[in-house]
Design a protein around this ligand. Structure first.
Ligand SMILES: *Cc1c(COP(=O)(O)O)cnc(C)c1O
Length: 417
């Protein structure tokens, strides 16, 4: 008997400890293991309840196990799962129609994650520039503190050196400029630039909204130099800011937009959206992925877009946002030694820590988790709130209550140094 196979069949219990034994240690997950969830409610292995204000990092925007999505996916599971790109399928055609009708774009390319959507966007921009202007036009401009994914190309384009250390040699001709700095953009964007990639609101970098004037300046610089403007809306898209895509509220239209995370509500899918003219440079055989536009993922995403892209739904996101902003402003005023000034857009909200609590974002989220509230961090100094967009007034009040108690408890047990 094969011992390895045999042990795989055993009913050895799995715990958080198992992670440390058999997973590649790229993550440091929380001590509790979630087993079941519905809406914003979640339960761990021991039956303890949590209010989820993370949405799996701005992914499950329609809540866990959304009944409409469960029904649509179940129907599709009994129709057809997968075909490969030798065939198209009805869900992906419908999804592409929905996305191109709802946005500036004429065309969509589907993949499985945000990194892949950006990888496709960056490759397309290089291909477009090389074909149209020549190989000298290959430089990519990106922002410091930006995050664009974990493939080698996307970490190199991302503005966080800690994610490229040790992975050299890196892809070439990539420069980073400070975010929201128009003068730096003007100095950096010359005739050899193929693409400028930017998050309309930096998520991982600390929840920092892009100024409309800055994004507008990038648009003008790209128009002047023939560079393509790529908006990475992997985190800001699909209703998160109260617009279907953040660019719609900023009044600046990109040439390429990438979207993932909430597009599948937890079912993996990513997409790159662009115009006819640019898409024409990705001819047959130039790019691809086995699962991209798979009927299961496309079915979920189509239903997600149909539910979120409703004026009343998006208006509610803004109302919920105002309530959370008001609560956090009050919290920061009550605990000025702990918190700085709340910032963000829609339901992507950052609460930075005051100097005395620098580096302790994880301590705050741990204290909240112990009391049953799941929160995110955005770097070591910022608490990030990204609840499902269906969050209710009662859940907003409950999160406020728990967070206050957590902060109070933290001050009693581990006050600032
Ligand atoms: C999460 C994220 C990505 C990467 O998406 P993955 O699905 O993890 O590959 C890229 N860009 C931004 C802005 C993100 O927030």
């Amino acid at each position: 008997m094969n011992a390895k196979l045999d042990s795989a069949m055993t009913t050895r219990p799995v715990t958080r400890q198992t992670f440390d034994e058999v997973l590649v240690p790229t993550y440091a997950p929380a001590a509790m293991v979630p087993v079941r969830a519905a809406g914003l409610d979640l339960w761990d292995q021991h039956g303890k309840h949590y209010l989820d204000f993370t949405s799996g990092i701005a992914v499950s925007s329609l809540g866990h196990c959304n009944p409409t999505l469960v029904a649509a996916l179940t129907t599709q599971l009994n129709n057809i799962w997968h075909l490969g790109n030798g065939y198209t399928n009805e869900p992906v055609l419908r999804l592409a129609l929905a996305l191109t009708e709802a946005t500036f774009a004429d065309r969509a390319f589907f993949c499985n994650s945000g990194a892949e959507a950006n990888e496709g966007a960056l490759k397309l921009a290089r291909k477009y520039a090389h074909t149209k202007f020549g190989p000298h036009k290959s430089r990519i401009i990106s922002c410091l503190s930006s995050f664009h994914g974990r493939t080698l190309f996307t970490v190199s384009v991302g503005g966080q050196p800690k994610y490229t250390e040790g992975f050299e040699p890196l892809p070439q001709e990539i420069n980073h400029i400070p975010y929201n700095d128009i003068a730096a953009a003007r100095a950096a964007i010359g005739d050899d630039v193929a693409a400028v990639i930017v998050e309309p609101i930096q998520g991982e970098g600390g929840v920092i909204p892009g100024d409309a004037a800055y994004l507008q300046a990038l648009r003008e610089l790209c128009d002047q130099t023939g560079a393509l403007l790529i908006f990475d809306e992997v985190q800001s898209g699909v209703g998160r800011t109260g617009a279907l895509y953040a660019y719609m509220d900023k009044g600046v239209t990109p040439d390429i937009l990438t979207t993932a995370k909430a597009l599948g509500n937890g079912y993996p899918i990513g997409a790159m959206l662009t115009t006819n003219e640019i898409a024409a440079h990705f001819g047959v055989g130039s790019h691809g992925t086995t699962y991209g536009g798979n009927p299961l993922a496309a079915t979920v995403a189509l239903n997600v877009i149909e539910m979120i892209n409703q004026p009343a739904f998006l208006a509610r996101v803004k109302v919920a946002s105002e309530q959370i902003f008001a609560n956090l402003r009050k919290l920061a005023a009550d605990f000025p030694q702990v918190f700085g000034e709340v910032r963000g857009s829609g339901l992507l909200i950052g609460l930075p820590l005051a100097p005395a609590f620098k580096g302790r974002a994880k301590d705050v989220t741990k204290a909240a988790e112990a009391l049953g509230l799941m929160l995110l961090i955005a770097g070591p100094d910022v608490i990030r709130f990204a609840p499902a967009l269906i969050v209710t007034d009662a859940q907003i009040a409950e999160a406020d209550r728990i967070l206050r108690a957590a902060v109070q408890g933290m001050l009693e047990t581990a006050p600032a140094k």
